[in-house]
Design a binder for this molecule. Sequence first.
Ligand code: DUC
Ligand code: ZN
Ligand code: ZN
Ligand code: ZN
Length: 488
Amino acid sequence: SSSKILIKGGTVVNAHHQEIADVYVEDGIIAAVKPNIKVGDDVTVLDATGKFVMPGGIDPHTHLAMEFMGTETIDDYFSGQAAALAGGTTMHIDFVIPVKGSLSAGFEAYVGKAKKACMDYGFHMAITKWDETVSKEMEIMVKEKGINSFKFFLAYKGALMVNDELLLEGLKKCKSLGALAMVHAENGDAVFEGQKRMIELGITGPEGHALSRPAVLEGEATARAIRLAAFVNTPLYIVHVMSIDAMEEIATARKSGQRVIGEPVVSGLVLDDSGLWDPDFITAAKFVMSPPIRELGHGKALQAGLSTGVLQLVGTDHCSFNSTQKAFGIDDFRKIPNGVNGIEERMHLVWDTMVESGQISITDYVRITSTECARIFNIYPRKGAILVGSDADIIILNPNSSFEISATSHHSRLDTNVFEGRRGKGKVEVTIAGGRIVWENGQLKVAPGEGKYVEMQPFSYLFGGIDKADAKYLSSLRAPVKRFKATT
Ligand code: DUC
Ligand code: ZN
Ligand code: ZN
Ligand code: ZN
């Protein structure tokens, strides 16, 4: 680690542009980006000739130290972030879960968890019930606590799930605050029904999880959330888009001009369910997440959605439960804690799947792994860019080197890895976070407490035109309606 770093001779890639240049970092900030920068010998010099110098990844969707389904994820803010850094991700946005419905108690709990942070992070917040206090607290979160996005679970009946009435209240509140509403889109009532059906059929193993919540239920909830957001006339972010069904709803809405954002996750992009439901319980249960890993074909379609712009950025839903935790559901798939890894693997797998395969350009890679997330959550260009004045969150990726994924070598605390055995071209050789060299020569150099909380402001750029948009929307409602005319 050093306070002054020069990265020499690499191809500097931003979402809008790439060029060969040097990057000079001082005190955690990018101080210069231009060819042939000369420095004194107090500067650490990294040679990036033939390599790509890119903004560190930003993972828009993680769950670290989350209490969920009777247990807590084994990756906390330190182990999860260390894994992220080893894989080229330098910031993530984690979901604060309220404590007994209290947003401020949830916020304080997560402030405590994040004391161990070794990289920068932001918060989204889940809304799980509705009353005057929640409404007031949402305002405090936006105005005083740096949160500009709220998530509504349309699944997890009896736990996190909200009904349409609550979703509508939440959408209206988000709109009034300039905050972005996010949804987990699966029909929770129908999932509950599907689970009962599986148990009645005697299907209690991990395959019952996927069978009980097919893509049609994701399509339905996505369509419903999109239409309710259109009714309220506020932007909507769909987390973990896992199916063609959901993506088609997003495509249709976007074509009509509605502000809908679609986030696939790396597990959904590269995995499918063929051969997944191994007779060995743990081998199968490690893949249990919601929405579930789909049939062959959905992942390919989601990749195409990313390359054509129907989907805008890639997350992970990193939510880590080890074998002993997955075993809670040995007799009943409904008790398997939901979640898979990805925080360490995302940058490599997206490079290999999307860039190496020729589906997207390198500038697009930067956009979908970093820049777009920074823009959406209003922290660009502090994050998501290699520009003078931006935070020095930088990776050096060697396109000629290769990666291989295994639970024996990854940095998560997990004893399994859903991407076990995958290998590909393109390796993150150096990660710089906040101006510190934290990953180099296969070694992590991190310490708890080095990461900072990134406060996010409400969406002036999305909501600046809201009055005009509302006027237009309302006048469209008032447009003359052709009525059936009775003939006499
Ligand atoms: N899905 C998961 O698989 N884990 C965490 C929460 C979620 O929605
Ligand atoms: Zn330039
Ligand atoms: Zn979810
Ligand atoms: Zn999630």
